[in-house]
Design a protein around this ligand. Structure first.
Ligand code: TMP
Length: 212
């Protein structure tokens, strides 16, 4: 179904800088007068945020299939309660992470069959697809450098081999996904921001978008 609003997703490995860029884009579009909602997965709604807490708690041992189903439960709740109403109202939705994260982390990282993941993604989202997915990819050395003084959640405690598989997943899935673009996140923040704005323009995100 085509909605009045526009849906932009920020994807990529942990610590790739996507939150910084999502917040910068939110500020910029808001300053231009657009009606923007910024949200995230897992979470973005009170029930989905509770699921997030379970998923990221490093003291929990979660089996791969339970992990996938919890991410999908959070996604179903968030899509139904927050994303679809905002798109129906004509807002621009900026979301940190969406279906591609499950492909990269649970599919490539954990080795769950991609057919299962694609099917669950489709059910959880009611097939709501982003108008643009920006996939931020940075070298693995930045993961360690940027995390030196940070608390690590359950997924961030995975080893380098897991991160390598997940990163390959992003590359391969992005190449096959409509309206997905890989952004080189090894560059300075301002350069990355310029690439983001270029893609927003190329994908006609602002044409006809609602202002407040
Ligand atoms: P973040 O919101 O701080 O990026 O943390 C979310 C973590 O959850 C991150 O390590 C990626 C992981 N994740 C998955 O493994 N699968 C998913 O479907 C999603 C949305 C996130």
């Amino acid at each position: 179904m085509k909605y009045k609003g526009k849906f932009i997703v920020f994807e990529g490995p942990d610590r790739c800088g996507k939150s910084t860029q999502a917040n910068m884009l939110n500020k910029y579009l808001t300053s231009l007068g657009f009606d923007v909602v910024i949200t995230r997965e897992p979470g973005g709604d009170s029930v989905a945020e509770e699921i997030r807490r379970i998923l990221l708690d490093p003291t929990n041992t979660v089996s791969p299939m339970a992990e996938l189903l919890l991410y999908e439960a959070s996604r179903a709740q968030h899509t139904e309660q927050k994303i679809i109403p905002a798109l129906e109202a004509g807002q621009i939705v900026i979301c940190e992470r969406y279906t591609m994260s499950s492909c990269a982390y649970q599919g490539y990282g954990r080795g769950i069959d991609m057919e299962i993941i694609n099917r669950l993604n489709s059910i959880a989202t009611r097939d709501v697809k982003p108008d643009l997915t920006l996939v931020f990819l940075m070298s693995d050395k930045y993961f360690t450098e940027r995390g030196e003084y940070l608390f690590s959640d359950r997924l961030e405690l995975e080893d380098e081999a897991f991160r390598h598989k997940m990163r390959r997943g992003y590359r391969e899935v992005a190449a096959k996904t409509e309206n997905a673009v890989i952004i080189d996140a090894d560059r300075p923040v301002a350069e990355i921001e310029a690439s983001v704005l270029e893609e927003i323009k190329k994908h006609n995100i602002l044409e006809g978008s609602k202002t407040v």
